[in-house]
Design a protein around this ligand. Sequence first.
Ligand SMILES: C[S@@+](CC[C@H](N)C(=O)[O-])C[C@H]1O[C@@H](n2cnc3c(N)ncnc32)[C@H](O)[C@@H]1O
Length: 226
Amino acid sequence: MTTKTDFVPALRFAWATSLYDVVIQLFMRENSLRRKTVDVVRQTRPDRILEAGCGTGSLTVALSEALPDIEIVGLDIDPNILKMAGAKSKGKENVTLLQGNLLHMKAVAGLATGKFDTVVSSLVFHHLTTDQKLEAMANIVTVMTSDAKLILVDWGPPVGVIQCIGFWLVRLLDGFSVTRANRDGTVPSLLAQAGFEIEEVKPLHQTGLGTVWLYQGRRRPITAKI
Ligand SMILES: C[S@@+](CC[C@H](N)C(=O)[O-])C[C@H]1O[C@@H](n2cnc3c(N)ncnc32)[C@H](O)[C@@H]1O
């Protein structure tokens, strides 16, 4: 059973989850962020997408509408936020929502090994400590097809003075230790350690709260042992 200490809710406090969509729209230029993320995902020509930490389902629905023939599985640890995602994605036949922890993915029925050729995760990894980030990345590898792509869209080193100040506020809310690797720019080296070849790392989206980066990696092909 999920207890309140298992994860950091989307806006740090469980009572604030219902405000998440409004906050993201007001402070993150959400439509533009979703559009850019969908474009990156579309370029991978996916067959089956896992959205890791789907939250209220805004990206899930955007992906479902942009790629109506592609199966999309949204995974999130928080049963309350999944209810919001369920309401938002109602009637989207290519969407399945699952409750589960990125740190214990083997326990999630429906995430069979080697199923997804694209995994996307938006604004999730800054909720995890550095060790947890590595663990979640390694777990994601286990549900990927060979050569699959991982697209992480998350905070990175702030580009600009306003973004430095804004990101300090985000860190105050979400926690300084979980956001350290994002601020320091060490997410790519964690991806490499977890088994990804880095394909692209760049600032994707400027907001008043900081800079959202794109970290894209390809699962390192499994080489036969001699
Ligand atoms: C800031 S929200 C982002 C939601 C959505 N991806 C978006 O772009 O708006 C972070 C989400 O990650 C989820 N999350 C945090 N830790 C998790 C974990 N260990 N396993 C699965 N989901 C997790 C939270 O429940 C929350 O829904």
